[in-house]
Write a protein that binds this ligand. Structure first.
Ligand SMILES: [Fe+2]
Ligand SMILES: [Fe+2]
Length: 366
């Protein structure tokens, strides 16, 4: 079936995978109807070779990118897909198209080597954008490399939490220093750009908070063990969102009161996920549970006030609020760092004023 006219270089006779400027994409799908709908989006801009999931006689090639459009709720299909994917180069982009995006299907896709996940039916702009803009691993700077390492770690931690397994705590110990070093070398702005350009959703948010909290510590001249404490609490702080339905997390409009109630369970859910893990410190557990508490008692889940909120949690909360404001979302303009800092300043009484003042350098200048 895959005799689909692979062109060859006239000089070296090897398969010409980049035909002219056309990128070669291999599509693996579970029905010809799905194949047809995706080809209609991609051709002729991309050269699409395709095979069906159960056609293991198909010759495999070395495409620039793979698209997988297979339903992931069926155990037998997942096993077949795993076997088929073993023949493809793991270093290439693998975009999974999911008819229903749930934590479980997303975790399954990442376990199968997904590098990107989109909805099916696919939106032409999203799919072609994913193929073109990120067709090469963009880790050309320390910031980009450490952001990719951080995102991979977050994906594995969220996948583990979703499937009831223990998150990879040791991974934070190796990735955290890489993030600190890259921010120290490249500067915070470079880190923020790398994260906002290449990462999305909750992972983008957690990476932004980690960079901001880490740089907050660096800007204050904290010693390295205190900076380490900051990246630890930041990387884990929203792990409880792995228990929140994606339709709420990714909702493009304002949450209603019931949805707001559900999302406000994430600090307690995060505590539950991590509390039995012997490698998690009491400080990290406290930060996970209380990063939405405000000094005036108006936060959640416990309405803590003043001194009952430790300094490290106060710093994390400032980084968290600021990160949420400057995130890049498909449905809203990215807020400037100046406007975001003004909003943080307007939260006097909720956030500690001296820390907010100290955060100014991080927010605006670094
Ligand atoms: Fe949170
Ligand atoms: Fe957060």
């Amino acid at each position: 079936m895959l005799e689909q006219n692979v062109e060859h270089c006239k000089k070296c006779k090897r398969p010409n995978l980049g035909i002219g400027n056309v990128m070669l994409v291999h599509l693996l799908a579970d029905s010809v109807t799905v194949v047809g709908s995706i080809r209609s989006i991609l051709e002729p801009q991309f050269k699409v070779h395709w095979s069906l999931l159960h056609d293991n006689s198909a010759d495999m090639m070395r495409p620039h990118a793979m698209i997988v459009a297979v339903e992931l709720h069926n155990v037998e299909k997942i096993e077949t897909l795993r076997e088929r994917l073993a023949s493809f180069d793991r270093s290439k982009k693998r975009i999974f198209l999911l008819p229903t995006k749930t934590h479980r299907s997303i975790a399954q896709a990442y376990a199968l080597g997904a590098t990107g996940i989109l909805s099916f039916p696919a939106d032409k702009q999203d799919l072609t954008g994913e193929l073109i803009d990120r067709s090469q691993p963009p880790a050309s700077s320390p910031s980009q490399a450490s952001a990719f390492a951080g995102a991979a770690l977050l994906k594995s931690m969220f996948s583990a939490a979703t499937s009831g397994q223990a998150p990879d705590v040791k991974g934070v110990e190796s990735t955290g220093p890489q993030i600190v070093d890259s921010i120290a070398a490249d500067g915070l702005s470079s880190w923020l750009d790398a994260v906002r350009n290449y990462h999305r959703g909750t992972y983008q948010h957690c990476l932004l908070v980690t960079g901001l909290a880490t740089d907050f510590g660096l800007s204050l001249g904290m010693n390295s063990s205190d900076v380490d404490r900051l990246y630890r609490v930041a990387m884990f702080h929203d792990i409880g969102k792995s228990r929140i339905p994606l339709k709420i997390l990714d909702k493009p409009s304002r949450l209603d009161s019931r949805e707001r109630q559900i999302i406000e369970t994430h600090p307690t859910a995060g505590f539950d996920i991590l509390s039995s893990n012997l490698h998690i410190s009491a400080e990290t557990l406290d930060a996970v549970q209380h990063h939405h508490e405000y000094l005036d008692g108006s936060g959640y889940p416990h309405g803590l006030m003043g001194r009952s909120i430790p300094d490290i949690v106060r710093m994390l909360t400032i980084a968290d609020v600021f990160a949420a404001l400057i995130e890049r979302r498909p449905y809203k303009e990215t807020m400037s760092r100046e406007c975001a800092y003004e909003i943080v300043c307007s939260m006097a009484g909720k956030l500690e004023l001296s820390l907010v003042k100290a955060f100014k350098a991080v927010a605006l200048h670094r």
